[in-house]
Write a protein that binds this ligand. Structure first.
Ligand code: TYD
Length: 210
């Protein structure tokens, strides 16, 4: 089932930690439901029983980062999420809203961790097959600002240095250059309401809300 044979739509939301992805994803799900759409919301890493277990390993503050194993675990979460949730939902005609997906791996593992965007892309092409998102919203913000928004206990990745998060942002911009049609950038330093209006406008332009 390629893009044209899909009945549903696949939307992913991306951005660095603290960009407001989760808030915007929740608002989007409410909005789509209010329009009478059938929607499924999920997130990465996680979203399935196996994925949530792997998430605990990945986000453990005591865990050891920086290895290809990390990229493979994210990819394993993705494979499970696609098989168990995303693909069946798309076949049924649902709109799937996913908080993070492949572009997180490209930006974090591929670029910021230095494994190489193309290596991570190769791995993920195998995992994703034809099920690439129809549209991806990238919430862009200076990490110096977004990290200030994060409150409470920090997970392993959130405690990384500002420099790491600057690299994540750069990584996202490189990924965006590779997929200019799919990835729509929104300035996430704007107020929540305005970010959401722009997000809806992008989805309308992309023909997702018809
Ligand atoms: P995040 O989505 O920010 O969840 P929460 O808001 O609940 O803390 O946490 C996920 C972290 O995992 C985030 O720092 C980015 C990282 N990540 C990767 O490094 N690669 C990936 O492929 C994915 C999906 C996430």
């Amino acid at each position: 089932m390629g893009r044209s044979a899909r009945k549903g739509k696949f939307i992913t939301i991306e951005g660095p930690d603290g960009a407001g992805k989760t808030t915007q994803a929740e608002k989007l799900v409410e909005y789509l439901k209010s329009k009478g759409k059938r929607v499924i919301a999920t997130r990465e890493p996680g979203g399935t029983a196996l994925g949530e277990q792997l998430r605990k390993i990945l986000l453990d503050p005591e865990g050891s980062p920086v290895s290809s194993a990390e990229a493979l675990i994210y990819a394993a979460c993705r494979a499970q999420l696609l098989e168990k949730m995303v693909i069946p939902a798309l076949k049924e005609g649902f709109i799937v809203v996913c908080d993070r997906f492949v572009d997180s791996s490209l930006a974090y593992q591929g670029y910021a961790r230095g494994i190489g965007i193309n290596r991570i892309l190769q791995l993920n092409k195998w995992v994703i097959g034809p099920y690439w998102p129809d549209v991806t919203i990238l919430l862009d913000i200076d990490p110096a600002e977004s990290l200030k928004r994060l409150t409470g206990g920090k997970d392993r990745l959130e405690s990384e240095a500002l420099e790491f998060h600057q690299k994540v942002r750069e990584g996202y911009m490189k990924v965006r250059e590779m997929f200019p049609e799919r990835i729509k950038v929104i300035d996430a330093s704007l107020p929540v309401k305005e970010v959401f209006e722009r997000l809806v406008a992008e989805l309308e332009k992309a023909g997702i809300l018809e």
